[in-house]
Design a protein around this ligand. Structure first.
Ligand code: NAP
Length: 498
């Protein structure tokens, strides 16, 4: 199948004026105690579409991290006492400011991360919505009052902020992963130190600046950027002033951080990797299933923890499904995310391209057939073409690791029981997708899948109002939804003798 894809022609070293202005608008220092602090050491921020350096930001060391933690600890008591309505109104202002600033923020995200502008604008809306959702939650913190079973006492149950929180975010959704943590922390009355990914610091720095303008007091939100996350974060994690770690990233790093948190028995939330099965039964609406697969596979150029990693299609419809999916994927324009209509942007770095290349080669060596793409592209930037593989055997490496690229891996199945067993045959359990017109079968399979989330006849599950998170090695805790704020609250029981 032929692809309507070309390597981007924009390889010059200069940014256009709008791009330059967007990059230059972001403060590049550490944000500590309400002040921007430049460090002598800096780290470059690179455009993955061209490999060129966009700007440099401060490179924090362990002392800077501890200074940020101190600022958060010093601000904690006042922020916890700030009336919930006031905290809520600050978050609501920040929500509006993000939306009003969507064009600039989207451009920054596209330049530092590579995702197409349309997707980046979608991420701004998604990110802003976490501020609105948790602004609404801030004024609804519940408590309790009950009579002791013996009748002689009363139990009061209070919700209190857990305290200064460390928030570590990945590069793939640089805005939304930050607001998904900052929003509930602030709503609950916690101060925080945010550490964005090295590859995408600008989005978080821009959000911190917006929060400052929205009225967040000094020390409540602090941001540290670094090229050495272990050296920066370890002393902060082991410091008894830190009361919570909320981490989004890979499972291996999450496990390492859990070990560190065990030293002080620190509260944790872990949003880790996935290996999502996408299951299409032969009674599914195939048009809808193809569109769902496209969304679940190609969102963020396949670089999402929720990406459809293993696409199981019932044998009678797999050829039809594969042809339709390949035709849709072949038509997706590839290029620099700032170019109009581009859907397939660059991967985050050359290591990501090398990993996808290796996974595809491995699957082919084990008998997978290539319907589309399948070879890396020459030229500048970290581009990999949209690829469709069929008959990918279960022992292929890509069935056991996150592909994190625009590669659809298809395999046939025969029975419901078989596909559920194969889908669950992974240590991960973040999300699954099921396409069927049968209500009973749909619910049966949703219940049988070992994952924190399932999309039934829908290819995108992320929603700030829904509880996002995984089971097994995909994580601990939930972000968003009615329980998202619980991650930043302690429950205190007060016994009252009458
Ligand atoms: P990563 O390598 O685990 O990095 C995530 C964050 O942890 C980055 O800020 C990173 O800093 C930091 N980090 C790395 N080593 C650390 C250490 N020793 N101590 C403290 N912090 C450390 O993951 P990634 O490659 O950025 O992100 C992709 C992964 O995130 C995928 O596995 C994806 O599935 C997962 N993810 C999960 C969710 C979810 O909600 N479940 C959402 C999005 C992404 P540096 O950037 O400096 O390395």
């Amino acid at each position: 199948m032929t692809q309507s894809q070309t390597i981007p022609n924009r390889t010059d070293e200069s940014l256009n004026p709008a791009e330059r202005a967007a990059i230059d608008s972001v403060p590049t220092g550490l944000y500590i105690g309400g002040e921007w602090r430049e460090t002598a050491a800096t780290l470059p921020v690179v455009d993955p579409a061209t490999g060129r350096t966009l700007c440099s930001v401060s490179d924090a060391g362990p002392d800077d991290g501890l200074a940020a933690l101190e600022a958060a600890a010093n601000a904690q008591a006042d922020w916890a006492r700030t009336p919930p309505r006031e905290r809520s109104e600050i978050l609501m202002r920040a929500h509006r400011m993000l939306l009003d600033d969507a064009d600039r923020l989207a451009l920054i995200a596209t330049l530092e991360m590579g995702k197409p502008l349309a997707e980046a604008r979608g991420e701004v809306t998604y990110a802003a919505e976490f501020f609105r959702w948790f602004a609404e939650e801030a004024v609804r913190l519940d408590g309790g009052y009950m009579t002791a079973p013996a009748g002689n006492a009363r139990f009061l149950v209070a919700r209190q902020p857990v305290g200064p929180s460390l928030l570590i975010t990945p590069w793939n959704f640089p805005m939304a992963m930050a607001t998904r943590k900052i929003g509930p922390a602030l709503a609950a009355g916690c101060t925080c130190v945010v550490k964005p990914a090295e590859q995408t610091p600008l989005c978080t720095l821009a959000i911190a600046d917006i929060l400052r303008q929205a009225g967040v007091p000094a020390g409540v939100v602090n941001v540290v950027t670094t090229s050495d996350p272990g050296a920066l974060m370890t002393p902060m994690i082991l410091d008894e002033r830190s009361r919570k770690l909320s981490f989004t990233g890979s499972t291996p790093v999450g496990k390492k951080l859990l070990e560190q948190c065990a030293q002080t028995v620190m509260r944790t939330s872990m949003e880790l990797g996935g290996n999502a099965p996408f299951i299409v039964f032969d009674d599914a609406d195939l048009d809808a299933a193809v569109e769902g697969a496209l969304a679940a596979k190609m969102r963020n150029i396949g670089q999402a923890c929720t990406a459809a990693n293993r696409i199981f299609v019932q044998r009678g419809v797999i050829d039809d499904f594969a042809q339709r999916l390949a035709a849709r994927m072949a038509a997706l324009p590839l290029g620099r995310g700032t170019e109009p209509d581009v859907v397939v942007g660059p991967l985050i770095d050359d290591a990501a391209v090398a990993k996808v290349t290796e996974l595809v080669a491995d699957a082919r060596s084990r008998g997978a057939r290539v319907l589309l793409g399948g070879e890396p592209l020459d030229g500048p930037g970290n581009f990999y073409p949209a690829t469709v593989l069929v008959d990918v055997p279960d022992d292929a490496q890509m069935c056991h690791t996150e592909i994190f690229g625009p590669v659809a891996s298809l395999t046939p199945f025969d029975t419901e029981e078989e596909v559920v067993t194969r889908a669950n045959d992974t240590p991960f359990g973040l999300v699954g997708y099921v396409y069927t017109e049968g209500l009973r079968r749909g619910l049966r399979v949703c219940e049988a899948l070992e994952s924190g989330m399932v999309g039934l006849n829908q290819g995108v599950v992320s929603n700030p109002a829904a509880p996002f998170g995984g089971i097994k090695e995909s994580g601990l805790g939930r972000e968003g939804g009615l329980t998202g704020i619980d991650e930043f609250l302690e429950t205190k029981y007060i016994g009252v003798q009458l």
